[in-house]
Ligand binder design. Structure first.
Ligand SMILES: Cc1cc2nc3c(=O)[nH]c(=O)nc-3n(C[C@H](O)[C@H](O)[C@H](O)COP(=O)(O)O)c2cc1C
Length: 173
């Protein structure tokens, strides 16, 4: 099973809009996929689910992560890297059954010029540490404000070409 992770808990985030678009595309291609947004994390996660503790609220989230074979991370650029809440989430998930020897694809986005190139590199390092195998084709979407139409769809020809290539390759990965 594929799970798309919208990697921020910011209300009204473009990341969630983009993650919903990718979710729709996987379903349209007949591939089973779920969407999980970090906005669904328990708000007191840093008190309840780090360092070996496990809360009732996090258990169903852990079950989704444990049964996922492939993760499709959609990751915004925050201060030149990936969001801190994404690392907190990874640190809260059980080791090794969450990510070990599984597969991932990474999409970076930003309102600025760089599409989270550096944050995707940083997160690739974390994935490698976890033995989470990252697909070589990673895409970067800068100026996200100009990329989604009124229905939440990508429409720029280059972005469509690369995102479709990434989806198709990830299905086979
Ligand atoms: C805490 C924070 C830090 C940010 N840092 C950057 C940055 O370093 N570079 C950039 O291009 N955009 C930055 N942004 C803007 C995001 O890229 C922008 O909000 C974009 O829509 C993706 O994030 P979102 O899913 O929160 O909307 C930052 C946003 C937040 C909330």
């Amino acid at each position: 099973m594929i799970t798309i992770i919208s990697s921020t808990n910011r209300p009204g985030s473009s990341t969630l809009k983009l993650a919903k678009y990718f979710h729709k595309r996987f379903l349209e291609k007949g591939v089973e996929a779920e969407l999980f947004s970090l906005s669904q994390l328990p708000s007191n996660l840093i008190e309840t689910d780090l360092y070996g503790q496990r809360s009732k609220e996090f258990e169903p989230i852990q079950q989704i992560i444990t049964r996922t074979e492939k993760f499709f991370f959609v990751i915004p650029e925050y201060n030149g890297s990936f969001p801190g809440v994404l690392k907190v989430f990874i640190d809260a998930c059980s080791f090794p059954e969450s990510f070990y020897e599984k597969k991932a694809a990474l999409v970076g986005l930003s309102s600025g010029k760089y599409g989270n190139i550096r944050g995707i590199d940083h997160f690739t390092g974390v994935c490698h540490y976890l033995h989470l195998h990252v697909m070589p084709l990673k895409i970067h979407i800068p100026s996200i404000n100009k990329e989604l139409d009124a229905h939440g769809n990508l429409f720029q020809p280059d972005t469509l070409r690369y995102s479709e290539e990434q989806i198709d390759k990830f299905i086979k990965f």
